[in-house]
Design a protein around this ligand. Structure first.
Ligand code: FAD
Length: 394
């Protein structure tokens, strides 16, 4: 079998690339290790930046999001028993859209498979990439039903198989640099069957550690609690979770938290990596396969979409018109935003975690950093710009 493009991974990155290629009538196939049902249910991200909303809309992929997402225009920091609201919508005219990742992925799968007639093969095993440095790369995999081995010849491979995929590992040592950063902290990521307790995202900065509140839908709220890295979620009983959330998110005049059953409870160790360059021969990495950004600033899915649209446009230009400029510039163009978002995540990490670092000097500087946007309009505007992601290009 032969296809111009093989896409490994049906997350936001792979599906966005597939949709743009289908719309341009470029032949492609998406290979995904999980079933369609699993991919459509995995709860993860939930914040989409305005430029990404517009980019989805321009590609005919924004209908579900625009119909159902909540538009947010402010966030709130709680520290030292006080509430400080930052109206980033007023400051910048731009917003965040809260749209759970499973809904976005469901929209992208439906559009790719059911509307645009795209070829997606779910449940494949043992994907292997070959000949990436030649002009005839290939991808092989095992079919879920028959156990038969299949071989796909192609011109380009899109490695969009996330942080634990095989694409990044197909780049030989010495052909790319992997820069890593470990924050040395964990976040207990929780999903509660409870309505949000605020009309906006709330960040609690407390000597016990960070706590976050993020609406996901009228019935479900995501919470985060800073914890030691590698902590066992079983150390966090229902009662311990809610009493710690109440403590870390407490502030004068704040409404009480609406509690509910915890339907997800897992510990994320906060770390980042960036693969440079994001290409190797005919392989183009996109999304978490190329760079992981800890969920501190809710940037990962946005970066995945940014890569995907740049890459898809570059593939169409190359395959339709023989124009390689987009592919040649792909890695550099993505990495500018990647490093910008990594830097902001690091900066924000200190704001969130400095108070609990056990070091009074760090606690002091973190507190100064935290207060600055609420005392200086210029600092508030600068914060808002980074929090919302730059609109450059889209
Ligand atoms: P993925 O979504 O990981 O998709 C990769 C796909 O490849 C998966 O479907 C996987 O099954 C498949 N795959 C893996 N290996 C193989 C293989 N060998 N063969 C075939 N297929 C394979 N980002 C935000 O922007 N905002 C947020 O608020 C936010 N919150 C987050 C909260 C949590 C708890 C977590 C874990 C992440 C969060 N993120 C957030 C990050 C975001 O979820 C990721 O950045 C995003 O999913 C990346 O998309 P992707 O398409 O690159 O990779």
């Amino acid at each position: 079998e032969r296809r111009p493009v093989v896409i490994v991974g049906a997350g936001p990155a792979g599906l966005a690339v597939g949709n743009v290629l289908r719309a341009a009538s470029v032949g492609c196939v998406v290979l995904e290790a999980e079933s369609r049902a699993v991919v459509e249910r995995r709860p993860r991200a939930g914040v989409v930046e305005e430029w990404a909303v517009r980019a989805l809309e321009q590609r005919g992929l924004g209908e579900g999001l625009l119909a159902r997402a909540q538009r947010h225009s402010a966030c709130e920091f709680r520290f030292a028993g006080e509430r400080h609201r930052l109206e980033y919508g007023e400051l910048t005219g731009r917003h965040h859209w809260v749209y759970p990742q499973p809904l976005l992925v469901t929209d992208l799968v439906r559009e790719y498979v059911d509307v645009r007639g795209g070829d997606a093969r779910f449940g494949v095993r043992d994907v292997e990439l070959r000949g990436l440095e030649t002009d005839r790369p290939s991808v092989s995999y095992t079919c879920p039903d028959t156990g038969e081995r299949r071989l796909l010849h192609c011109d380009f491979v899109v490695g969009a198989d996330g942080a634990r995929g095989v694409s990044r590992a197909a780049v030989p040592a010495g052909r790319a640099r992997i820069a890593r950063h470990d924050y040395g902290i964990g976040w207990l990521a929780l999903l509660a069957e409870a309505p949000p307790s605020s009309d906006c995202v709330v960040f609690g900065v407390h000597p016990n550690g960070f706590a976050g509140h993020m609406a996901r839908s009228p019935e479900v709220t995501r919470y985060y609690l800073q914890c030691p890295p590698g902590d066992d979620p079983e150390n966090w009983s229902h009662d311990r979770v809610w009493s710690e959330l109440r403590l870390r998110l407490a502030a004068e005049g704040a409404p009480p938290l609406t509690e509910g059953r915890l339907v997800e409870k897992r510990v994320l160790d906060m770390h980042d990596y960036v693969v440079e360059p994001m290409t190797y021969g005919r392989l183009f990495l996109a999304g978490d396969a190329a760079h992981l950004v800890a969920p501190i600033a809710a940037k990962g899915m946005n970066l995945a979409l940014h890569d995907a649209f740049l890459l898809a446009d570059a593939l169409v230009a190359c395959l339709d018109a023989g124009d390689r400029a987009g592919l040649d510039g792909y890695s550099d163009a993505c990495l500018r935003r990647v490093w910008d978002y990594q830097e902001f995540s690091q900066w924000l990490s200190e704001v969130y975690h400095g108070a609990a670092a056990g070091d009074p000097f760090r606690a002091g500087t973190a507190s100064a950093r935290l207060r600055r946007p609420f005392t200086s309009p210029v600092a508030a505007a600068a914060f808002a710009e980074q929090y919302l992601g730059t609109a450059e290009r889209y």
